[in-house]
Design a protein around this ligand. Sequence first.
Ligand SMILES: Cc1cc2nc3c(=O)[nH]c(=O)nc-3n(C[C@H](O)[C@H](O)[C@H](O)COP(=O)(O)OP(=O)(O)OC[C@H]3O[C@@H](n4cnc5c(N)ncnc54)[C@H](O)[C@@H]3O)c2cc1C
Ligand code: FES
Length: 371
Amino acid sequence: MIEQLTQIFFSLLILSGIAALLAFLIEVAHAYIADYGECQLSINNEKELTVKGGSPLLFTLMEEEIYIPSACGGKGSCSLCKLKVVEGGGPVLPTETPYLCQEEIENNVRLSCQIKVKNDLKIEIPEELFLIREFNVKVDRIEELTHEINGLHLTVQNSEEGLNFKPGQYAQLKIPKYTKTKQSEYRAYSIASAPKNKFDIRLLITKVPSGAVSTYVHDYLKKGQDLKMTGAFGDFYLRDSDRDILMIATGSGLAPFLSMLHHIKDHGITRNTVLFFGDKATEDLLCMEEISSFETTLPNFTFKPILSRVKDKDKWKGEKGRVTDLIEKHVVRNSSIDVYICGAPVMVKSCMDLLAKKGIPEECIMFDKFE
Ligand SMILES: Cc1cc2nc3c(=O)[nH]c(=O)nc-3n(C[C@H](O)[C@H](O)[C@H](O)COP(=O)(O)OP(=O)(O)OC[C@H]3O[C@@H](n4cnc5c(N)ncnc54)[C@H](O)[C@@H]3O)c2cc1C
Ligand code: FES
């Protein structure tokens, strides 16, 4: 019996080995032998482009200076790079299915980083994406805000206009290839500066263990260095309405709210605005002076920080717990508010569940998940 099981085990092992080898050979053939020649890209039935086949659609469009949102650098994990492939896309790939609902599949929505340009394609792209530009930026300053978050101050170099963005939107920062990466990489970072400052852009970047881009920013990037940045992207931005505003953030999720608060101040907006900010300990609190200044300059602004792991020596007088505790305690059931949530996906999910229980309609809740 044991002998038979061992035989089955080794047969399966050999079969898996052969399958892996074949998959590898197909990839090598695709990369080095397959020549897809020139392909036609028809965009929105308006624009015709002749492009070199063989690369993912996302990168092919980038070469043509058409920038599709992407936070993961084309790894197929953020799902932001969706667009419509009306003709020529072939069947939906297994790497796409986890990110597409049935309605999207029926409407030809695809992940542009997963589809390779192998033949002529007919695609549809939202018009506003044609306004997105790539900028040369210079590192003006790197500021250590906490033990794990740096403020990165960038100056836009090659533009008369600078970066136009709405408060809350994000940019994609591109770093060069270095010892920990195989190629240049880019990731999404919310803009933390005032929209009126189109040439001075600030990002808040949390160091992620073994993270390609965040490690580069924290450990390798130097003042005066040149980088590329693309933007602005995203539909997480401050909406015009008469409702009160509730902002909920953890960690560097504070970034878009600093931009929104500057915008509120610069435009004399008087809506009641509350910022819930949650983190672990007092040393995780960031940009406190800036936030305090809003408490004095904005007539209707309240800041409510909460910490989950304070020690006696911290002499913390504020609230203790998580941001969800603040929702439980301070959000009035069925209140007329616009809620903006930004930070780790689990936090965003917990807040949304609680807000739904409090009767806040889904259409009044906007969020950005840092994943
Ligand atoms: C719209 C949007 C806005 C964003 N804004 C900001 C921002 O303002 N500031 C900021 O710091 N980040 C922000 N992010 C996250 C950022 O884009 C990167 O995902 C993050 O910096 C990690 O990139 P990396 O190259 O360092 O790590 P990667 O090399 O991409 O990842 C390395 C490993 O870490 C894991 N990982 C990735 N992100 C995290 C994380 N946040 N926590 C724990 N593990 C992680 C990955 O699953 C992977 O296993 C934003 C993301 C989105 C989608
Ligand atoms: S770029 Fe992130 S999933 Fe396509």
